[in-house]
Write a protein that binds this ligand. Structure first.
Ligand SMILES: Nc1ncnc2c1ncn2[C@@H]1O[C@H](COP(=O)(O)OP(=O)(O)O)[C@@H](O)[C@H]1O
Ligand SMILES: [Mg+2]
Length: 352
């Protein structure tokens, strides 16, 4: 169920999906890489130079040569660097060797990672996002496992850039949420069911199917009472559907004039410990916006069963339930105001 544990062929296939993207989509992914790498730098002349390159890239997103040109400008010629060659037939081993080789160069991390991204871009492979959660996710001793994690993180996040048609095929369905990052949510006219329609390549190619797999798995675990009923999946359109839960999400109960009831705190506690006991099988995105309080059942329902990538899992790892409740729920609004970038900056703008 976790991409990081997929077999090699699957991982490499996910990297190759990059070839199906338009040049604007590919350049936009690279734009996000560079922008996030810039967040690692304090103000300095190098950062100013990178900002200049970012501005040019923003203007030339449709240009086939924009990425190689930018990398030449920032990194200079290869200077005798003989990086292992990546090509269309690259295996996981080749990617690991390239990452290891570049990470060991005595060069600025930003330069090494831009070279890596360019090599992958030219070979038709999804580039790797090496900076997230405020730190570099690779080192001189990067292991195969870490490269798998980087691949998982990169395809799950960068493929959001590639938009896919998310209109519902049933005209009578009502769009109830279009703010999600991966899918648009429709309801049936009688409001008994919701339909999650993928809106980007990540959701269409693997996230939807993964989420449906998790839903089926959870039905046979202690978390079953927290899962919406009647999950179904349309493998052609990659649409998940399930019971619509009437109620408000956890976000509502964090507003200054509402607050969580004792019953809600208890229901969440039971959820928390049951989730923890399944922790190595499935990593769920357990923020308040993904829970709806089901008044009738007096229970939380986790309506979003999408997995989170392994990189960043620490965000939800807390010693005790009260730490989780405090950091992920009660302090959520405060943290969001303080640190708008939790994992990655996904905006294609020049604000860095
Ligand atoms: N089963 C459901 N019942 C009621 N509302 C839902 C349901 N599933 C999703 N929604 C609504 O759609 C929003 C986004 O759904 P979610 O599954 O979290 O999508 P995403 O993967 O984009 O985060 C939720 O916050 C909620 O408002
Ligand atoms: Mg969600």
């Amino acid at each position: 169920m976790r991409i990081v544990e997929a077999d090699e062929d699957t991982l490499v296939r996910y990297l190759h999906l990059y070839q199906g993207c338009s040049i604007v989509e590919k350049n936009s992914m690279f734009f996000l890489l560079l922008k996030n790498y810039m967040w690692s730098l304090k103000p300095c002349r190098f950062k100013d130079r990178l900002r200049g390159e970012l501005i040019v890239l923003h203007r030339t997103l449709h240009d086939d040569d924009a990425v190689p040109r930018l990398v030449r400008n920032v990194c200079g010629p290869q200077n005798g660097l003989r990086a292992p060659k990546l090509n269309e037939a690259a295996t996981l081993r080749d990617v690991v060797d390239t990452v290891t080789f570049l990470a060991r160069q005595r060069d600025h991390k930003v330069r090494a990672c831009l070279r890596l991204a360019n090599a992958m871009h030219l070979a038709g492979l999804c580039p790797l996002m090496c900076y997230s959660f405020g730190r570099w996710q690779l080192s001189e001793n990067t292991t195969v496992r870490q490269v798998r994690e980087l691949i998982e993180f990169s395809v799950m996040t960068l493929y959001r850039v590639a938009a896919r048609d998310s209109t519902s095929d049933a005209a009578e369905r009502v769009l109830i949420n279009s703010d999600g990052s991966n899918s648009d949510i429709y309801a049936s006219p009688d409001r008994l069911r919701v339909y999650k329609v993928p809106k980007n390549m990540a959701a269409f190619e693997f996230l939807s199917e993964q989420e449906y797999g998790i839903a089926k798995f959870l039905r046979s675990t202690a978390l079953a009472p927290y899962v919406a009923a009647d999950y179904a999946y349309d493998p052609a359109r990659r649409v998940i559907s399930h019971e619509l839960i009437e109620g408000r999400t956890g976000e509502h109960y964090l507003l200054p004039d509402t607050g969580l009831t004792a019953q809600q705190v208890r229901s969440l506690e039971v959820f928390y410990y049951r989730h923890r006991s399944l922790y190595n099988m499935v990593l769920l995105d357990i923020h308040p916006g993904n829970f709806i309080w089901n008044e009738r059942a007096a229970c939380w329902t986790l309506i979003d069963l999408g997995a989170i990538p392994t990189i960043g899992r620490e965000y939800y790892e807390h010693e005790t339930y009260s730490d989780y409740l405090f950091h992920i729920w009660q302090q959520r609004r405060h943290y969001m105001a303080q640190h708008p970038i939790r994992s990655l900056d996904f905006s294609i703008d020049l604000n860095v």
